[in-house]
Design a protein around this ligand. Structure first.
Ligand SMILES: [Zn+2]
Ligand SMILES: [Zn+2]
Length: 373
């Protein structure tokens, strides 16, 4: 009996040793892959094993508090609504924001009361407005008459310079809440419009004719449904950027694609740039965790992204995607001031010159902003 017991104990011990060995193998062979930082396959597999958000596993750029960005900011991607205008003016001084580019959200055609274009568009020297992207939503819903009406308004406003571009055009927008394992947040409306749709082409044509930027939100992948349309989306941009060379294609949120894919587009399309955002909340970090977003909640650029920004310093703008007046938390002064400080530190791996281009100068050039107004 006691012999059997000893054998059993031994077996158990061996078993435990095997587990230790297994864990060691996993850690040893997965960690180097993570520290090179560019292989999402490893990142996602490891994030599942460890039960953490994949964003926490990318190699971060080296931050340097002495090289924190302390210059002026242009917020190149903002969804301010009219009601929050005066609040914004107070806040912008505290944040060091000199100007914002305000635009409609891909889904705001469904929620007119929280649209940038409800009531009067925000006005003032600190605010430049893009033309409404609602023609996309109406075309998606099959309401061609309304889509055509919207496009006519876009054309009229571009002609009278009431707006300085078009956006945020969002023909592919999934319910990213499904990325969040706890699914605590609100669900997002889905828009899936064929990239060959006439309304998209008509919008780009207007941007070309009036030589203005058009901001695109196109999600190339959607992990919960195992969708990967990266090649399709890249081909869309490649075709359109050559068909309409006078339009500037602004890919929102780093195009939500890998640095290598975005670089391929930079090289193919001289008229293509990107705005970047860092996730501001736990929920947002989950929503964007499979969309190659540039940072985790600490706002520290991943190394793969600080490398690409340093390589193409004129192709990026800062576009934090605030929805002030739409979401309560986006209007919280303290949160925003704290987050703004994080971002200034989070880009400190970049040279001073690149920081200044990213946070300020590129937006002036791309949107042809008059900073004396
Ligand atoms: Zn977006
Ligand atoms: Zn946006």
């Amino acid at each position: 009996m006691s012999v059997l017991h000893t054998i059993r104990l031994k077996a158990l011990r061996t078993h435990t040793d095997l587990w230790i060995l297994f864990t060691w193998v996993v850690l040893t062979f997965c960690t180097p892959a993570i520290s090179y930082g560019n292989e999402p396959k490893d990142i996602f597999a490891t994030s599942v094993i460890l039960g953490v958000n994949p964003l926490s596993l990318y190699k971060k750029s080296e931050i340097d508090p002495d090289n924190s960005y302390n210059g002026p900011i242009i917020d190149a991607h903002n969804h301010l609504v009219h009601d929050a205008f005066s609040e914004f003016l107070v806040l912008s001084d505290k944040l060091g924001i000199k100007k914002i580019i305000v635009m409609g959200r891909p889904g705001s055609y469904r929620k007119w009361h929280t649209s940038t274009f409800a009531n009067l568009p925000p006005k003032g020297p600190k605010i430049s407005v893009l033309c409404s992207p609602d023609f996309i939503g109406y075309s998606h819903d099959g309401d061609l008459g309304k889509a055509q009406d919207e496009l006519r308004i876009v054309e009229r406003k571009l002609a009278s310079k009431e707006c300085i571009g078009i956006g945020e055009v969002g023909p592919i927008h999934h319910n990213k809440e499904l990325n969040n394992p706890t699914q605590s947040g609100r669900h997002q409306g889905t828009i899936i419009l064929d990239l060959g749709d006439w309304a998209i082409d008509r919008g780009i044509k207007l941007a070309h004719e009036y030589r203005v930027p058009i901001v695109f939100h196109i999600e190339p992948t959607f992990r919960p449904y195992e969708i990967d349309d990266t090649d399709l989306v890249k081909n869309f941009y490649k075709t359109k950027c050559r068909d309409y060379p006078a339009a500037t294609f602004v890919l929102a949120h780093n195009g939500m694609m890998k640095p290598i894919d975005l670089e391929e587009l930079f090289l193919y399309c001289p008229n293509l740039v990107s705005d970047i955002k860092m996730p501001r909340s736990r929920g947002e970090a989950w929503k964007f965790c499979t969309l190659e977003i540039v940072a985790d909640r600490d706002a520290i650029l991943q190394k793969r992204w600080s490398d690409l920004i340093s390589k193409y310093p004129k192709r990026f703008m800062y576009g934090p995607d605030w929805k002030m007046g739409v979401r309560v938390r986006h209007s919280n002064f303290e949160r925003r001031i704290k987050f703004n400080r994080k971002v200034r530190l989070g880009i400190s791996a970049l040279s001073k010159e690149t920081q200044h281009l990213l946070m300020y100068k590129n937006a002036i050039r791309i949107y042809k902003l008059d900073m004396n107004k």
